[in-house]
Each structure stands twice: as structure tokens, then as C-alpha cells.
Ligand binder design. Sequence first.
Ligand SMILES: [Zn+2]
Length: 200
Amino acid sequence: MCQCFLSDARFYRLLFRIDQSIAEEEQQAGCLCGGVLHSARYPRKPRGFRLALDESYDYRLSFCCARDGCRRRRTPPSVRFLGRKVYLSVIVVLSTALQHGLTEKRRQGLIEMLDIAPQTMVRWRRFWHELFPQSRCWQAERGRFMPPVEIAKLPGELLGRFIGETLSDRLSQLLVLICPVTTSSSGFLRAEIDPQKMRS
Ligand SMILES: [Zn+2]
């Protein structure tokens, strides 16, 4: 099975650099109280393609306000980690993209190789078809796509709407578009659909 960019360390370093630049902007903006944000990263142990991941994948970038009495947590959007899911976002996208992603054989190969449980696939499909469409992020972005992207065909159809020579190019663009849903302040109906509470 050709994993191509999926087992290429450069692809993951690129995603990390995107995360870094998003995080730098958030840090410069500072806390709502005016306080300075200090690094307070979350340890992570993402599944899939471990050999291609350097130590930057051992944590998710996050900040905490330095001001006593505030200490507000601020976790920037990420193109690498989708809430608390243990698999990287790239895997959550590619394993559920029935169109415009990997060929069907490779998609099934990815699921088998990473030993993704059937109930996990059910949850991920539910994420794409029920939770993601309700997110503020998608509500804001869906109008960019004409004709409208069919919800039932997410995320594959969305992947096919980006212009890029390679699948990894289109995938990176999709990850940037959806990254607002990776934080708890993403505009989900918090109690029901906080992605931070959606495990695996
Ligand atoms: Zn603060």
C-alpha cells in the first residue's frame, strides 16, 4: 500500500508549522483580560504513522493567562488535532472521505493498517454528517462553495472542492478551513457537541 505523504515526515512538519503560526497569532493577541499568555501545552499521544512524527506531536499547543485571578486557558485551533480524538485530523478526514480522497482500496487499507474500530468510524461519520454541519465554522464557510456541498458527502466532497495539484495540498487546505472546530470555543452547542469531549 502506498501511503505517500501520509508516512512522509515533511507533511507533518508542514502541519506543525501551520499550527505554530496560528498559535503565535493567538499568543500575540493575549488574554481577554489583557494578560500575557504563557505556554501550557497539552500532552498528546496521537495514533497513526508514529515514525513520521517528531516530538512536536507529543503535545498540542495551548496557553494559559499569566495573570493571577484569571489564568484563563486558551487553546488555538489546530490542523493536527481534532478535539480530543486520538487519531490525527488527517486520518479522521481520509478514512471517512469516500470521494476525492484516497482510492477506495487505499482508504480501506488505511483503516485496516491503523486498526480503526468500526464504532470509531461510526462516530467519525456522525461528526461529519451531524455535528460538523451545525458548527459555526461550517455555517460561515459553506456559502463559499457553489454548488453547495452535500452534507451526506462530507468530508470527501469538500476535499474535492479545493484546488491543488496533490491530495496533500487539498487536504492541508481542508484542515485549515475546519480548524476552528478543533477548539472548545468553536461555536458548537457546547453541552452537546463539544469536540473536546468527543473521544477517539
Ligand atoms: Zn487573563
